[in-house]
Design a protein around this ligand. Structure first.
Ligand SMILES: [Zn+2]
Length: 82
């Protein structure tokens, strides 16, 4: 079954329309992945959803940065206590 035809908008529940499909290698390595992008037929709604996703991604990236930072700090602490 085509995934795009099953996708509904997370905000308004309208059936999302197919925008584009592309293939990309994961992490620049061998495995080729196919991505499909769908958008809400309601342009205003899509803008809100986009903003939400951007916010979520930024938040996730921020917490990942924090985690990396904590890990480095822990390592440094270990080294100094030795
Ligand atoms: Zn929508």
């Amino acid at each position: 079954m085509d995934i795009a035809s099953e996708t509904v908008c997370i905000r308004c529940g309208k059936k999302r329309i197919f925008l584009k499909k592309w293939s990309e290698k994961a992490d620049g390595k061998g495995k080729l992945l196919t991505y499909t992008q769908t958008i809400c037929p309601d342009k205003k709604c899509q803008e809100i959803v986009d903003a939400k996703f951007t916010e979520m991604r930024e938040r996730r990236e921020m917490s990942e940065e924090k985690r990396k930072h904590n890990l480095i700090n822990r390592k440094l602490k270990h080294q100094t206590t030795k």
